[in-house]
Design a protein around this ligand. Structure first.
Ligand SMILES: [Fe+2]
Ligand SMILES: [Fe+2]
Length: 174
């Protein structure tokens, strides 16, 4: 996994300044076995939970970096905001309250693998707003919650869009 969906920046590149900056914020997390394990779970359509978290992390980082806000906290909270290991669609007890429940699970899991600062904690806990009643306390949290929704939409639409493009290309070849 080299890129966030929709981005051409190779996050493993040593030539690109933005990739180096991003990696400096989250390298320890990307190497962590628990974060890597997110790749086993599907999040939206054919997008893994790890790819989704990387998307949210990178775009939240990018926006906060450009605005001069706390981009490190945004990047780290983005990567950890969905750090849970179950499928809410099949786990009966969680189907009705998954939106409110999983940010707490993610925060508990995140605290087990690294130090979490107050901005990161608030970003993770409130990322489902306005599905949950209390809005984020920090501006980085507003960025993350909006980026989360934009990425989810992009991921849901990515597979059908790719199918349409492939079909169009095959019609042009015939
Ligand atoms: Fe979430
Ligand atoms: Fe998410």
């Amino acid at each position: 996994m080299n890129c966030a969906i929709g981005s051409k920046v190779d996050l493993e590149s040593f030539d690109e300044e933005i990739a180096r900056q991003y990696r400096a914020c989250v390298e320890d997390l990307l190497d962590h076995e628990k974060v890597k394990k997110l790749d086993l779970w599907e999040q939206h359509n054919h997008t893994s939970r790890l790819q989704h978290c990387l998307n949210v992390s990178y775009y939240s980082f990018l926006i906060c970096w450009k605005l001069g806000w706390d981009y490190r906290s945004a990047a780290r909270a983005g990567l950890l905001h969905d750090l849970y290991f179950y499928d809410w669609r099949t786990k009966k007890a969680l189907r009705s309250n998954h939106a409110a429940w999983h940010p707490r699970v993610a925060l508990d899991n995140a605290k087990r693998i690294c130090e979490i600062n107050p901005i990161e904690e608030d970003c993770i806990l409130k990322h489902m707003w306005p599905c949950t009643p209390v809005p984020p306390r920090y501006k980085e949290g507003f960025v993350l919650t909006m980026v989360d929704k934009a990425c989810a939409t992009m991921e849901i639409l990515a597979a059908p869009a790719a199918r349409v493009i492939r079909a169009k290309e095959s019609m042009e070849v015939e």
